[in-house]
Write a protein that binds this ligand. Structure first.
Ligand SMILES: [Zn+2]
Length: 299
């Protein structure tokens, strides 16, 4: 049995490969395996996963009894209790688990609930309406969702990302090197959407739509007025379409940001640090079953 972080990580990769491509071996799932673990356990990996029924760690890594110490909570975040469970694992088992995996997943309902609460613009209107049909969330659920707020805030796409995307479509090719760096500079200069809106207001325009906003940024980028083609293009492309795409990205960004923030919290946890346990973050894709690693993996 592997005991280094790299070794147990490889075991996870191998099991996940079996899950994706077969053949599955369902190790350690027999009665003998159960009896062999009756007195003691020594899991090599801890997993902090969402409670979602489609993301079962033992299944997606093709592992059995005794392999994984799993903490599951909707939204896979590391509050006091979840961290305490992981601290128990790294202090109590000998040797301590070599790896902690924070496992988020695509279209996470908890993340979606947090997005609807803290950034409704990031969620498709029909999803917000659907959520509204649910009973009012309990106080505990509100508390859980609040715990995910930092991930929602961290995931908001920058205006830079928006304008870069539009530019990409407009030009029909990937934006040149200059555009992102130019937008970086605008951001560094504090040219935010809010400031642009102020400028528009001072110019007598009460409400700034995205088309005007992008046109304005484009104007700054080129240093001259946008051509007619851009205006026509922006009208044609329909912001709705782009906004929907961005919403999809925003939710997924939030899933990934939540994983990264949680990994950082666990890496800063003194007990985890003292144990030498490696912490890594991942995202599970509901469409193809693929686990993607979001933070550096053990070498
Ligand atoms: Zn979830």
């Amino acid at each position: 049995m592997a005991t280094t972080a790299r070794g147990v990580f490889q075991d996870l990769l191998d099991g996940h490969k079996r899950y994706l491509r077969g053949p599955l071996i369902h190790p350690h799932t027999t009665r003998d395996a159960m009896l062999g673990l009756a007195i003691a356990q020594s899991p090599e990996v801890c997993i902090l996963a969402c409670a979602d029924s489609r993301v079962s760690p033992e299944i997606i890594f093709d592992l059995g009894l005794g392999a994984l110490f799993v903490v599951r909570v909707a939204g896979n975040f590391a509050d006091e209790d979840n961290q305490a469970s992981l601290e128990y694992a790294v202090q109590h088992f000998s040797p301590p688990p070599a790896l902690i995996v924070v496992l988020g997943h695509e279209r996470c309902g908890a993340i979606q609930a947090a997005a609807i609460t803290f950034d409704p613009c990031s969620v498709a209107p029909e999803k917000v309406a659907e959520f509204g049909h649910h009973p009012a969330p309990s106080a505990r659920l509100v508390s859980l969702v609040t715990r995910l707020q930092p991930a929602i805030l961290a995931s908001q796409p920058s205006d830079r990302a928006f304008v870069t995307s539009l530019y990409w479509r407009y030009a029909g090719q990937a934006p040149d090197e200059a555009l992102p760096s130019h937008c970086e500079r605008l951001a560094a200069d504090g040219v935010s959407r809010g400031q642009l809106e102020d400028e528009f207001r001072q110019g007598g325009v009460a409400e700034v739509n995205d088309s005007e906003f992008v046109t304005s940024l484009y104007w700054r980028y080129l240093g001259c007025g946008p051509d007619k083609k851009l205006d026509g293009y922006l009208d044609k492309v329909a912001r709705k379409h782009l906004e929907n795409e961005f919403r999809a990205h925003r939710l997924d960004n939030a899933v990934c940001e939540n994983v990264k923030l949680t990994v950082a919290e666990l890496q800063a946890n003194e007990v985890v640090r003292a144990s030498g346990t490696f912490v890594v973050g991942a995202r599970y894709d509901l469409d193809d079953g693929l686990v993607t690693w979001l933070t550096p993996t053990p070498e």
